[in-house]
Design a protein around this ligand. Structure first.
Ligand code: B4P
Length: 200
């Protein structure tokens, strides 16, 4: 069976985590969120988690080799997945190249990258609001939130360029109700699945 692999892309707070839950339940993909995986390691105080904490609390990216190693073992541990939804990964050009390589070892590839577009002011508003209740240390301080957005512009935009060159990139508006955004995402996935099945 040909696997179907998606990347949900966008700046911090654009709703990747929120929409991922809906996508995996509707389309049966295996959800891999590097943010969630890193927060779990942090909470369990593993050596990886302790290393990641110092970067995450400052709004910086965790080093590529740490994140790539984590994704590699997730792919190995899920040999029967019919496809993956990558959420918050890749975030650098090196991560994108590593992901393409890991997938090609499995004789598969990224099918589509869906990007959520949200303005910086809306992102800051959303994350500060989440910070009031989530206990996430990276959501409390506006400076750290703006730093995450700057890191996104500096390091993560290269990922968009990488997949644009492969003609796999599609942007949608990430502002509006959760349902409106999910409907737009579902439309892109459904169209892509049709093409995907016709290739099998
Ligand atoms: P992530 O966990 O990936 O989180 P995020 O970018 O902050 O949020 P996301 O876009 O998932 O937003 P969400 O749905 O939660 O990263 C955290 C940190 O981990 C990074 O800064 C970095 O240090 C590290 N990290 C993770 N992956 C890495 C990698 N690959 N390489 C290196 N480092 C990595 O939504 C946010 C809020 O908005 C929620 O409160 C939600 O309720 C609200 N919301 C969602 N949709 C909305 C809508 N339509 N309208 C109004 N509010 C909405």
């Amino acid at each position: 069976m040909l696997m179907f692999n998606l990347i949900l892309f966008g700046p911090p707070g654009s709703g990747k985590g929120t929409q991922s839950e809906k996508i995996v339940s509707q389309f049966g993909l295996k959800h891999l969120s590097t943010g969630d995986l890193l927060r779990r390691e942090k909470a369990e105080k593993t050596p990886l988690g302790l290393e990641a904490k110092s970067f995450m609390d400052k709004g910086q990216l965790v080093p590529d080799e740490v994140v790539i190693g984590m994704i590699d073992s997730c792919l190995e541990n899920n040999p029967d997945a019919k496809g993956f939804l990558f959420d918050g990964f890749p975030r650098t050009a090196a991560q994108a190249e590593a992901l393409d390589k890991l997938l090609s070892f499995k004789k598969t590839a990224i099918s589509k990258v869906i990007a959520l577009e949200v303005s910086e002011e809306e992102l800051v508003k959303r994350l500060l609001k989440r910070g009031e209740s989530s206990g996430r240390t990276d959501d409390i301080n506006e400076e750290v939130i703006r730093k995450r957005f700057a890191v996104y512009l500096n390091e993560t935009t290269a990922v968009a360029e990488h997949y644009k060159a492969l003609q796999k990139f599609e942007s949608i508006k990430g502002e509006g109700s959760l349902e409106e955004i999910f409907n737009a995402i579902s439309q892109v996935i459904t169209n892509e699945l049709k093409m995907h099945h016709s290739e099998v």
